[in-house]
Design a protein around this ligand. Structure first.
Ligand code: HEC
Ligand SMILES: [Cu+2]
Length: 356
């Protein structure tokens, strides 16, 4: 089989695409210094620009918390810039002054400015930071979602009046409502981060950390694990889908239901699923599969992506996931099933894709 490209979850590698490199090869060959410097700066700056747009951008302001955090960023940037410029100006002045008397004056300014002005600016930034923290802590949740980090996927449990609703790898939230995420981990330390919506929070085994998200803009926002947690850490992603409240209510009610009749009618696929032992690790409510090791698959086909956000959910990707799991996600804690007959694989994929 020909080698296939590894899906990397949608983010483009910035460095190879840096501009300026191909501007004029002849000039570069002549070793024109200015062009070289410019292209080096472009290459070095390119990774910084990847944070400035798209579904992973913390500047997208898609949530109330992200906007609160943004108000913290600009004063900090401004404060740091003022400090840096002042220190540089004074350092240059001290360096250039020849006369003894101005030298003393400049030294005094540097010492005073090195303690007093930075002290005031840092204290002001601290106050702004504490006020922001209070604003974040004061958000009152209307919805509670428990999210557990697993190697390398996300277990998601909605706490509803009718009971717990279990799903995985995609968190849906109603627009305009504050949701409280109760974050924990079943193995090592992970960190939950959906930059467009709000802050980042560690997920620590044995304790529960609380993070609120108040989404303001409907759409599908990207999230990722932000704490190195092992081999497939970079492929531990998720989607936060922000819906209108009524549509969210419908979705949650559907998620609480057992597997659809259409899926259960696919007897052949269900048999392959059960006979292959998938049910030892996966639950499909409404069947005898009740495993807890892997993601709940009861409404698997209602998700947008496969394998914790690493590929769009299509027939072809799902076939590859089942038969060549390790190729798709090196280190994954699911065995591959390369020996299923073509008919069995067809039936299995048909069954899984009917789990809407
Ligand atoms: C030993 C336990 C185990 C067995 C057996 C197992 N899986 Fe998995 N499966 C997992 C784990 C763990 C994951 C999550 C992997 C990840 O994303 O890192 C997973 C993920 C999946 C996913 C992706 C879910 C999602 O939300 O994207 C599908 C689909 C899946 N398995 C189907 C199957 C099928 C079909 C079988 C049987 C042919 C099977 N699994 C057997 C452990 C298992
Ligand atoms: Cu991680």
């Amino acid at each position: 089989m020909p080698p296939q490209p590894r899906p990397l979850g949608g983010q483009s590698p910035p460095v190879e695409q840096a501009p300026a490199c191909g501007v004029d090869p002849a000039k570069l060959c002549q070793g024109e210094y200015a062009i070289r410097v410019k292209s080096h700066i472009a290459v070095l700056a390119a990774p910084l620009l990847t944070g400035c747009g798209g579904r992973h951008s913390w500047l997208a302001g898609a949530g109330a918390e992200a906007r609160i955090i943004e108000t913290l960023f600009w004063p900090f940037l401004f404060g740091a810039a003022v400090l840096w410029l002042a220190v540089m100006a004074l350092a240059i002045a001290a360096f250039r002054s020849r006369r003894e008397e101005t030298r003393g004056l400049v030294r005094a300014i540097i010492i005073g400015g090195g303690a007093i002005v930075p002290g005031i600016i840092v204290a002001a930034l601290l106050v702004i930071g504490l006020v922001t923290l209070r604003a974040l802590a004061a958000m009152q949740p209307g919805l509670s979602v428990q999210v557990d980090g697993e190697q390398w996927w996300w277990r998601v449990v909605y706490d509803t009046p009718a009971g717990a609703v279990v799903t995985a790898n995609e968190i849906r939230l109603p627009r305009g409502e504050t949701a409280e995420l109760l974050l924990s981990s079943d193995d090592v330390i992970h960190a939950f981060w959906a930059p467009a919506l709000g802050g980042k929070m560690d997920m620590i085994p044995g304790r529960t950390n609380r993070l609120t998200l108040t989404p303001l803009t409907p759409g599908s926002w990207g999230g990722l694990c932000a704490e190195y947690c092992g081999g497939a850490h970079a492929q531990m992603r998720f989607d936060v889908t922000v819906m209108e409240p009524a549509a969210f209510g419908d979705w949650l009610a559907a998620e609480a239901e057992p597997a659809s009749a259409q899926a259960l009618a696919r007897q052949d696929g269900l048999s392959v699923f059960l006979d292959s032992g998938c049910g030892a690790c996966h639950s499909v409510r409404g069947t005898e599969a009740a495993g807890q090791v892997g993601p709940d698959l009861t409404h698997f086909a209602a998700r947008q992506r496969l394998g914790a956000g690493i590929a769009p959910l299509t027939d072809a990707a799902l076939r590859r996931w089942i038969t060549r799991t390790q190729d798709m996600k090196p280190g994954v804690e699911m065995p591959a099933y390369p020996d299923l007959s073509p008919e069995a694989l067809d039936a299995l994929v048909g069954f899984l894709m009917a789990l809407k």
